[in-house]
Design a protein around this ligand. Structure first.
Ligand code: FES
Length: 161
């Protein structure tokens, strides 16, 4: 598959790199810029980034696999993230996740993020969002929700046009 970085994005990345004493230090910023543009970080993007930063692909790949916010596959337009750490797990996070999966035709038992066939929704678990007293909590893209009932979940889905 061919992977092309548009000139304006490459210019932005060159500018980012110029702010660091060594190219490698810009790795995460470069990956964020790529993800913001393409929506995810493909194998080709990893290789391109490694060449850009004078690194081996493994040096970039280890970042992409370590940080959950860096995506290795295309995500849905709406990313639903349900906290599953202890307070939220006790507060109904697994049932909430199952509710979303049921509504969207996804398999609640499958590991990792799942995206609907139309590319509209991705549902996944994440770890503590530091609002343990208002469990269960979740995010839909950048919006944060507390004490999410199944009715509230339906309302959130309904608001995703
Ligand atoms: S356990 Fe869910 S916010 Fe902390």
């Amino acid at each position: 598959m061919s992977f092309t970085v548009p000139a304006n994005l490459e210019g932005e990345i060159d500018e980012l790199i110029s702010h660091y004493p060594v190219k490698r230090a810009a790795s995460l910023m470069v990956l964020h810029a790529i993800q913001e543009h393409f929506g995810w970080i493909s194998q080709e993007a990893v290789e391109w980034t490694a060449r850009k930063l004078d690194l081996q692909p493994i040096n970039v790949y280890e970042l992409v696999t370590f940080y959950p916010m860096l995506r290795q596959e295309p995500m849905g337009k709406y990313q639903i993230k349900v906290c599953r750490t202890l307070s939220c797990a006790l507060g109904g996070a697994y049932e909430l996740h199952q509710h979303f999966c049921g509504k969207l035709g996804l398999d609640a038992h499958k590991h990792g993020p799942q995206t609907t066939q139309d590319g509209k929704f991705t549902v996944e678990f994440i770890e503590c969002l530091a609002s343990c007293g208002t469990a269960p909590v979740m995010m839909c893209n950048d919006d944060f929700y507390e004490g999410v009932s199944h009715a509230k979940a339906d309302e959130i889905l309904g608001g995703c046009k």
